[in-house]
Each structure stands twice: as structure tokens, then as C-alpha cells.
Design a protein around this ligand. Sequence first.
Ligand SMILES: NC(=O)c1ccc[n+]([C@@H]2O[C@H](COP(=O)([O-])OP(=O)(O)OC[C@H]3O[C@@H](n4cnc5c(N)ncnc54)[C@H](O)[C@@H]3O)[C@@H](O)[C@H]2O)c1
Length: 370
Amino acid sequence: MIISVPKEIKNNENRVAITPAGVKELVKRGHEVYVQSTAGHGSGFIDDDYTAAGAKITPDIEAAYKMGEMIVKVKEPVFREYNLITSGHVMFTYFHFASSLELTQAMINQKAVCIAYETVEHEDRSLPLLVPMSEVAGRMAVQEGAKYLEKPMMGKGILLGGVPGVLPAKVLIIGGGVVGTEAAKMAAGLGADVIIMDSNLKRLRYLADIMPANVKTMASNEYNIRKMIRDQDLIIGAVLIPGAKAPKLITKDMLKDMQRGTVLVDVAIDQGGCIETCRPTTHEDPTYIVDGIVHYCVANMPGAVPYTSTLALTNATLPYIIELAGSGWKTAVAQHMELSKGLNLCKGQVSCSGVADAFNLPHHVKPQLQ
Ligand SMILES: NC(=O)c1ccc[n+]([C@@H]2O[C@H](COP(=O)([O-])OP(=O)(O)OC[C@H]3O[C@@H](n4cnc5c(N)ncnc54)[C@H](O)[C@@H]3O)[C@@H](O)[C@H]2O)c1
């Protein structure tokens, strides 16, 4: 198959969909890979790295789309790319269709086959192509939280791990899934006193078993949250109710009970946020202050560490790219439940119920596969 990797042109997106290591794996299997010039620069890969691995470099985005049968990307196509996509293309990328009617309609009109990373799903309902970004965001939440606790950043001026003779900082993590677990490991590693709250007792039992002694678990409910926020230094929001908006677990009135300079990092902001006073921010301007409390609410946290994020993402996507290229998309989708869940649009038909429901479009359970 001919696989093509355009350069991401969405604002501030520095990741790339295939690394030179991925190119080597594909070329080894007899596939042809085209990579747009400078596509890897933001992640630390130069064109020569790709050519050494066996890729051919295209001079511009038009050529990248023209050459490929399968287009592998990171983010959804932006307006400028819509007309470069044709009915001959298989698109494999994050789409998040349900959040954009314009994008959905454009891909329906172009009649491309669209397989979305975010809906590729294992039998146990886990989402293998979302997990790596949650791992990155969870670890970053502590790094960013530690930075904004510094006085010049308007925080309390507390060092997360303390020093001999001085107590460490207190970190409360609400939501003990992928983000929460990674955040707890980082905060504990730096020596902080950590509490993880979750509404799922089974999850808390597991976390209590595997976490170090400076991580404690606690059931998540309003009473416990109100009690604990009073003396915390860093609070990380990491809840998810799949398919729904995040519940507002910290309300505006609770801010007055917190100490000034407390830092809130609402990682769940991409699902609306679990802290009422949080609104999405960007890496250019990541924080703002409400009632003396620092709010960090960047909706694409992994974008700040494109090298790590690219490697984490491509480690997870490469096996699927190899399968789609090797078997062809129709066979791959027919034989692999995870990929069939990933198929969102097929030659103008909507095959994902979430996307059909979002815009009241007809849902084709068995889309036309020719
Ligand atoms: N901002 C970013 O850049 C970024 C990056 C990656 C992920 N995220 C977001 O982070 C959030 C968490 O992702 P995840 O992968 O860890 O999800 P996950 O499904 O692994 O974990 C979510 C956890 O929240 C718990 N939960 C649900 N309701 C709760 C409640 N009322 N109180 C306490 N816990 C509750 C669940 O039991 C689960 O353990 C999601 O919204 C995800 O989209 C954001």
C-alpha cells in the first residue's frame, strides 16, 4: 500500500503520525511511504531521518495527499485539507467528529473512509489510542502543577517534595483512571503527600495495592471533596464518564474554602472540565486566577511535549497501520473488532452511532464496504 504522512497544520500541533522507526517497519513489509518535507521537525525528526528509513519526501501537502492511498495523521484535517481528500483515501487519525458538524459533513461529501483513533476500542472497552495521551497528560499535570505552585507563578510558593525538616506539599487527585494513576506516580515520586479519589471502589482497591505508601485512597463524594480541599496545595481533576460531559465536582463556592495560591489542574477540561470555574486555556496562556486560586486548564497538554507524545502515540498506532496496510482496510475492519469500532465514516455513510446521534444523521450499521 502507499501510505502518506502530511505535515500537521493545525495551530500549535507539532506531533507527526509516523516516526522513522515506523517507516522502516512499513517499508520492510513492502509498503511505500511518503512523508511531507519537515513533517517531523516539531518532534525532532528531520527529512534525512525519514529518507534513511526508506521514505520518499514530498515537497508540499498537495503532493502528500495526492501520493497516498492511506493518509495517516495526528489531528483532524483542517479546512484547507478538505478538498485534498478524495473517495480513494483511507484516513487514519484523531477526528472527534461529534464535536464538529462542518468536519463531519466535509468528510461525508468527500466520501473518504475515515477510521478515528479515538473510537478504536478493545473488547474490554478500553481505548488503546487514547491511553498514551492520557499517560502523557497525567504525568504533565504534576510537572505543570509543581511549576505553578512557585511564587512567581502566583502559587503558594511550596516545593512539591519539601526538604528535610519541612513537610512536602499535599496533592489531591480526583479520578483514579489513566490520568490519575500517572499523576499519582509522579507526585509520589517527587515526595508529595498524595490522595486519590475515585467513585469506583474496585479501582481504589487496585490503586491502594499498587501505589507507594505516600499515596492514600479515598471515596469520591461531595462531603469528602469539601473536607479535603481546605488544605491541599495542588488539586488535579482527572475524572471521565465515557461519552458524557465531566461532572462538576468542585463548584465555584468551594474556592473560598481553599488557601490562596492553591493550584488547580483540570485535565478533564477537554470533556468540559470537572471544576466549575475552569475554561479551556492554551499553552501560550495556560493559567488564570479566580479568587486567588491558580487555574491551569490546557485542553491539549501533550502538545507541549511533542517528542514524547509522538513516540507514545505512534507506539500505539503502528500495529494498526501495519494491519490496515497489510490486509487492506476492508479485510482489517472485517477481521478486527477494534478497527471496526474505529470506522466512523465510509464512502459518505456514517457508521459510528455516536456521530450519527450527534447530528441526527442516518446510521449505517453495515456500511457499504466496496
Ligand atoms: N487536557 C488534556 O490534554 C487531556 C489529555 C488526555 C486526557 N484528557 C482527559 O482526562 C480525563 C481523564 O482521562 P482518563 O484517560 O484518565 O480516563 P479514565 O476513564 O481512565 O479514568 C477516569 C476515572 O474517573 C473516575 N470517575 C468517574 N466519575 C468520578 C467521580 N464523580 N469522582 C471521582 N472519580 C470519578 C472513573 O471511575 C475512572 O477511574 C478525560 O476527560 C480525558 O479526555 C485530557
